[in-house]
Design a binder for this molecule. Sequence first.
Ligand SMILES: [Zn+2]
Length: 100
Amino acid sequence: MQRIIIIVAVLYVLWRVLTAFGRRTAASGKGAEDFSRFNARSRDRRRAAKERQATNVELIACARCGTFVPADRSLKSSEGVVCCSRECVAALESGADTSA
Ligand SMILES: [Zn+2]
């Protein structure tokens, strides 16, 4: 009889610990509420992330072929002209080919 009481007490404590742990992960973990259009906090977070992403990329047109490249990936010729690739820089510096 005493062994049964101990087993029940251990199971009860285990159940309490697991439900407390589950409640905490449900409150802080990612759930359906994070993707809801009506959750103001996560909606603001999504909007801020989207704006940050949109304003960070600046595109510059290549002086030779007109291809738009991100500013951090563009190359500059010796005269300081922005180009999309090493081929365009070489072509501009040799001055031979102005067509793409
Ligand atoms: Zn180019």
